[in-house]
Design a protein around this ligand. Structure first.
Ligand SMILES: [Ca+2]
Ligand SMILES: [Ca+2]
Ligand SMILES: [Ca+2]
Length: 472
């Protein structure tokens, strides 16, 4: 918290200079801002204990982002090790931070390594040295990985153990096999050892079984653990995770019933194995992903509800943020609403700013398994005023206007950028040009450019800032 500040002057300058799109949530208006562009498939996005946003890029990088300016630096690069370059489902995936950050500034990361015929999975701890992640320590390694279904979401619990979802890596039977770590949710001490009170004994990491590919985890009310899980053709699920329980896959999909879509006879198997049914199931699948329990007062309509990122499935026709309303004790879902479908972009994960209550949404492009460049957008209730601390702190910034632009684009750079160069790319990836920042205020004619979306990247030794704009 110490280093955090909100320069309201910057915010008002940025938002007043050109009209940002807005979205209505009941009586609340959310202002949309492109925080970072050019990210290559953001997978995990979270608010760190250092008041920065941390993001894994599936291709193998960890980014640390200043939430006010979008100033971004790469703090870990394992792209040489990542399976298939992160182009399919495997890659650098889940991430969580050590809860005692002051004394143990560690970051936990799950990633796939090895080539396509022999993909493995690893959970590692890295130490933050103030500018990058170093001293990798393997907590779990040589785990099965696959071309599909690699789970990997992480959640640190209040008792300082950590849950990790694993997928069935394409082998459904592994989910019921107690000798396999696939298709499970694991519980791990933060040093990588097995918690003595794990439900299947002190020699097993397994916490719950029968999962196909759970890729959402969060703490809900009353200490409940929620998880979202991908179904096959039917039955994406939203579950409460309990120690030692069986969630059914591959014998049971969704609710315990005898529907033809689930193979015709689930109820007897459910009774024999005491299968936990989901709170909700979605058929056909919508591809459920990262979840976050929203408690902030800045968006009262969402307070006490779960925000769930939805990729939209292979058909790509249900992309959205789903907001799940629970009953009083959090044990039932009593309502669902959808937002941001109009972007036609897969939504992978969501994070919350604990000061402003703004949410950050990781967009993954329109097509499976994700295409770049991707955007991290902020949606913020500008009417909610948060505390201002440390107003003297300084961050690099770039403003550009008007946006949308027809003829001439104007830029305002902080002094940090003087003498550096910036580049502009089209959203198709074409470099439009490289330009030197000779003074704080510069402009550029774009009258001849094709209409469409573009983004600028500008780099200082402190990191990179990106800005998107629309050419009309
Ligand atoms: Ca997250
Ligand atoms: Ca299930
Ligand atoms: Ca069923």
């Amino acid at each position: 918290m110490r280093n955090f500040f909100f320069t309201l002057a910057f915010a008002s300058a940025a938002f007043a200079a050109y009209a940002q799109p807005t979205h209505e949530v009941g009586n609340t208006t959310l202002t949309e801002l492109d925080l970072v562009t050019g990210v290559v498939v953001p997978w995990e996005i979270l608010w760190g204990p250092d008041d920065h946003i941390w993001v894994t890029e599936r291709r193998g990088k960890v980014l640390r982002i200043n939430p006010e300016t979008g100033n971004t630096s790469t703090v870990l690069d394992l792209s040489d090790e990542i399976s298939n370059g992160g182009n399919g489902e495997p890659g650098m995936l889940g991430m969580a931070m050590h809860p005692d950050w002051e004394n143990t500034p560690q970051v936990f990361i799950v990633y796939n390594y090895g080539q396509s015929w022999d993909i493995k999975q690893r959970l590692s701890a890295f130490t933050w040295n103030g500018s990058e992640l170093e001293d990798e320590e393997f907590l779990l390694t040589s785990m099965p990985g696959g071309g599909i279904h690699n789970g990997s979401r992480l959640l640190v619990l209040p008792d300082n153990t950590m849950l990790m979802t694993t997928g069935d890596v394409g082998n459904g039977n592994s989910a019921q096999n107690m000798q396999s770590l696939s298709g499970k949710i694991l519980r791990i001490n933060l040093d990588g050892s097995i918690p003595a009170d794990n439900p299947f004994g002190p020699n097993s990491y397994i916490y719950s079984i029968g999962h196909r590919n759970a890729q959402g985890l969060c703490l809900g009310p009353n200490g409940l653990v929620y998880s979202s899980e991908h179904g096959a053709q039917t039955d994406d699920e939203f579950n409460i995770i309990e120690a030692g329980r069986n969630y059914g896959w591959p014998e049971v999909q969704g609710f315990c019933d005898n529907l033809p879509q689930s193979g015709g006879n689930e109820t007897s198997w459910c009774e024999e194995w005491d299968v936990v049914e989901p709170l909700v199931a979605w058929t056909p699948c919508i591809a459920v992903n990262g979840i976050e329990y929203y408690t902030h007062e800045a968006i009262p309509e969402w307070q006490g509800k779960v925000l769930m990122a939805v990729l939209g499935g292979l058909a790509g026709n249900a992309e959205r943020l789903t907001v799940l309303e629970m009953n009083g004790d959090g044990t039932e879902i009593i309502g669902q609403e959808q937002y941001f479908s109009a972007f036609n972009q897969r939504i992978r994960d969501v994070a919350v700013n604990p000061y402003t209550g703004a949410i950050y949404v990781a967009f993954n492009g329109p097509s499976y398994p994700g295409s770049g460049p991707n955007i991290i957008k902020e949606f913020r209730n500008m009417d909610f005023v948060s505390v201002t601390e440390n107003p003297d702190a300084h961050s690099p910034f770039v403003n550009l206007f008007p946006n949308p632009v027809e003829d001439r684009l104007k830029f305002e750079f902080s002094d940090d950028f003087l003498g550096t160069s910036f580049r502009i790319y089209s959203f198709e990836g074409k470099e439009m040009g490289r330009y030197v920042v000779a003074e704080n205020n510069v402009s550029l004619s774009v009258a001849d450019w094709a209409s469409g979306k573009y983004y600028l990247t500008a780099t200082t030794p402190l990191g990179t800032i990106t800005k998107t704009f629309l050419k009309r």
